[in-house]
Design a protein around this ligand. Structure first.
Ligand code: ADP
Length: 483
């Protein structure tokens, strides 16, 4: 049993902008089930009612340099997991987590420095732990401060640190003029620590100082060490390559299973797929597409409309749409260029393409259940969830072989392509549409996907083994395989 203190800027159900929140919302409970004790430190944002929490420590003063920040630590227990909330209304009682109407808060560096310092305060005064597990740039300074204080503070002498990186695209980069606000001496502002092109880079500081670095899939752990995947930090990561591994995110099958989905028109299972036909027909009707021909495949997309997700490749399919014998349902929002593009596709081919712009969880479930093929041609993908949901719903994924997509989709459960090109995507799609013609082998493929298990339990076992390794009680995890 290890005692793990997680530090994160997001966790469901309290605050979420992305997959990070799902991980920190689910992993601690799964770790408890495999025998570890876990608590989470995060900000007390406006979305978290103050009076739902109790006092854990009042008037904690943390110093970022000469500046004292007075915070309270509030707490509650959810599903057996203790959460500590850093109560600092001058930083966190705001609309939005990191920005307001698209503009980053100007004091983000101070806000998240104080989160890390307060987390160390919790570890020292309220909840002693063996490992501090921080997530993403917002918590990356935790291991920096720990090292800074370790020699003078016996409480931290044997504490180990793990940094999990959920997406290299976000690093917490600030002007060097902000560096003094962090309360670190200039010795930390060097190219092997926090300095990056004369800026301060939080994630780089975490990479330099954490005892171990993990990412959310084994293949992504390898990709971030290359110039294409490292977003400028590949050299810093290669320098730590002995201490990097990847652990796939799990999914919550209580939420995402065709047997018990509360949002879909019918339930189904690998043994009885009849309900999937019902879901397909209902989805076509909901999207006002002709539902007369069930032999015609239905391609689904659910995504943030962002470059990362491969939408420029999908855009390249535009002129080929008439020759692709399939219908399309597209759910997503984001970059207005793609919103406009899909709207235009729909106006051009209203019998073939339907689109719903916005975020709609219930509809996402119905697309997973009703579609035959799920398309996810990402440029890069740290882990990815939708392709894993698709497997469970018998919706065969067509994906680019990168990151978590490559780790979760095999040749016998989906279709993959390598090159980031429209031609390769089109080829993969054509291969899938060809395979669709053979109903029996298609159903076999669906069933193999439905049998895959990506639950949190397996991931929790891997994290638990990693903690044990850090504490000198177990072997090192497998390092990512080479490209
Ligand atoms: P990322 O975290 O990079 O956006 P993932 O595939 O890891 O991508 O996770 C995306 C999650 O968000 C999934 O649970 C997916 O169903 C959901 N999602 C994305 N866009 C939408 C949308 N427009 N409506 C409903 N759910 C969405």
């Amino acid at each position: 049993m290890s005692r793990i203190l997680m530090v994160s800027s997001e966790a469901t159900p309290f605050a979420k902008t992305g997959g990070l929140a799902d991980v920190v919302g689910s992993l601690p409970a799964a770790l408890r089930e495999v025998g570890d004790e876990v608590a989470v430190v995060m900000p007390r944002y406006r979305t978290i009612p103050w009076d739902s929490t109790a006092s854990a420590y009042d008037n904690m003063v943390v110093y970022a340099g000469a500046t004292p920040y007075r915070v309270d630590i509030r707490t509650l227990v959810l599903k057996g997991v203790r959460f500590f909330f850093v109560e600092a209304p001058y930083f966190f009682d705001r609309e939005g987590l990191y920005n307001y109407r698209g503009r980053d808060f100007l004091d983000n560096h101070k806000r998240f420095a104080v989160l890390s310092l307060a987390a160390l305060g919790v570890a020292q005064t309220v909840w002693p732990c063996d490992v501090i597990h921080s997530h993403d740039w917002q918590a990356a300074l935790t291991s920096v401060y720990l090292r800074d204080q370790q020699h003078s503070n016996p409480a931290f002498a044997s504490v180990k640190t793990l940094l999990t990186i959920h997406n290299m695209g976000y690093q917490g980069r600030f002007h060097r003029n902000e560096f003094p606000d962090l309360g670190l001496n200039w010795g930390w502002f060097t190219s092997d620590k926090l300095e990056y092109w004369n800026d301060v880079n939080f994630l780089k500081g975490g990479i330099a100082t954490a005892d171990w670095i993990s990412t959310v899939s084994p293949r992504y752990a390898m990709e971030i060490q290359t110039p294409e995947g490292g977003f400028g930090l590949d050299a810093a990561l290669r320098h730590r390559s002995n201490a990097i591994s990847g652990i796939l995110n799990g999914v919550d099958y209580n939420e995402w299973s065709p047997e018990k989905d509360r949002f879909t028109a019918a339930s189904y299972s690998a043994e009885n797929l009849e309900g999937k036909r019902v879901c397909k027909r209902a989805l076509l009707e909901e999207f006002r597409l002709p539902a007369g021909n069930p032999e015609r495949p239905l391609i689904g997309i659910i995504s943030r409309f962002a470059e990362q997700k491969g939408f420029d490749l999908i855009a390249g399919l535009g002129p080929l749409l008439p020759e692709i014998d399939a219908q399309w349902v597209i759910l997503g929002s984001g970059d207005w260029r793609y919103e406009q593009m899909f709207n235009e596709w729909h106006r051009w081919l209203p019998e073939k393409v339907a689109v719903w712009i916005g975020f709609n969880n219930a509809l996402a479930h119905r697309v997973e259940a009703g579609a035959d093929i799920f398309l996810m041609p990402s440029l890069y993908e740290p882990c990815g969830l939708n392709q894993i949901y698709s497997l469970r719903y018998g919706t065969v994924p067509v994906v680019r072989a990168v990151g978590g997509l490559d780790d979760t989709i095999q040749e016998d459960t989906g279709f993959k392509f390598e090159d980031y090109s429209v031609a390769s995507l089109f080829d993969a799609l054509r291969t899938a549409l060809g395979a669709w013609q053979n109903r029996d082998s298609w159903v076999e493929r669906m069933k193999r996907g439905m049998a895959k298990d990506y639950s949190w339990h397996a991931s929790a076992l891997e994290y638990s083994a990693l903690y044990r390794h850090l504490l000198g009680r177990g072997p090192a995890p497998q390092r990512p395989r080479p490209a």
